[in-house]
Write a protein that binds this ligand. Structure first.
Ligand code: FAD
Length: 277
């Protein structure tokens, strides 16, 4: 099948996209890489009357440091991150996450903002944004706001984004030299969405210990605090620990349990904190 008839407009500025979204009263959709929206339109699960392309806006395609955070435009592609954007601020985490998304053709088009707005529970940026406590900057007719990633994802494919709002930027922490991270996921085949996913970020110097279990039925489960993360390490082999997050299927519990153990092993294998001579 092919998409239903629609109008297409490439927007030059965030304000233009927001104005057109509001004027369309729910009949328009933003598109970026179209890697998720395109198939949905072809299947006629989505039938917007107007497609507003934000993928070439300068304001949405840049990346850099600002006020001590690493800020990426929403339309930054996975490929640009894979190729090094954010490598230093994230101490290699963001490029590794990007490189594990689908295959290069998808990564050339797919964007961070599109992935977050689509909010597939198995999406890599959804879990990574929750792990790193990223901020999602949204612009709408009622103004601009920053939503913490953990408040942004409400359920599978459901976010705090209104129909007339646009994700403009995402701000990420700059990881310190003491930070360590681990990111493990299980995919049935290379290039497929994950069936299980665990990520960890620790930084004792800044009292940070966060762990995310992703690829669940809804938003990722976030565990925060050194004692809480240590407790999970103790129980990594016990599938019963997934009761608390409502994961009941024995196969998926087992997979997540293995990811948990592998993520802690990856964390432990990382070099120790850098010291300045
Ligand atoms: C074969 C295949 C395999 C994949 N495997 C993975 C995988 O392993 N891991 C993974 O994480 N992802 C995977 N993906 C998804 C991929 O990462 C997509 O890029 C992503 O889900 C959507 O990004 P996009 O830029 O293409 O968004 P689009 O498809 O253009 O849009 C998706 C949704 O986001 C909205 N949107 C887009 N940009 C904005 C914005 N700035 N503000 C507000 N709303 C916006 C659109 O209106 C739409 O609702 C896969 C996709 C394919 C086709």
């Amino acid at each position: 099948m092919k998409a239903a008839d629609l109008q297409y407009a490439a927007c030059a500025e965030p304000a233009e996209a927001v104005g057109r979204l509001a004027a369309a009263e729910g009949m328009a959709k933003v598109c970026a890489g179209t890697q998720s929206l395109g198939p949905m339109m072809n299947l006629r699960l989505a039938q917007p009357a107007l497609l507003l392309d934000v993928s070439r806006m300068p304001a949405l395609t840049r990346a850099g440091l600002r006020d001590g955070r690493f800020v990426t435009g929403a339309a930054l592609t996975h490929a640009r991150v894979e190729d090094g954007e954010g490598a230093a601020p994230s101490r290699g985490l963001l490029p590794q996450v990007a490189a594990g998304i689908a295959y290069r053709a998808v990564r050339n088009r797919g964007t961070l903002g599109g992935s977050l707005a689509h909010a597939d529970p198995a999406a890599d940026w959804v879990s990574t944004a929750c792990l790193l406590d990223a901020g999602i900057h949204v612009l709408g007719p009622r103004g601009a706001r920053r939503v913490a990633a953990t408040d942004f994802f409400l359920a599978a494919f459901t976010t705090a984004l209104a129909d007339d709002e646009l994700i403009v930027e995402i701000d990420w922490p700059v990881l310190s030299p003491q930070a360590r991270w681990a990111y493990r996921k299980q995919c049935r085949k290379p290039g497929e969405f994950a069936e299980a996913m665990v990520a960890i970020w620790t930084d004792p110097a800044q009292a940070i210990a966060r762990l995310v279990i992703g690829a669940l039925d809804g938003a990722p489960a976030v565990v925060s605090g050194a004692a809480e993360v240590a407790a999970l390490r103790e129980r990594a082999g016990q599938t019963a620990l997934f009761d608390a997050i409502g994961l009941t299927d024995p196969y998926r519990r087992q997979l997540q349990s293995v990811m948990l153990a592998r993520a802690f092993a990856q964390l432990d294998a990382r070099p120790g904190p850098e010291t300045t001579p």
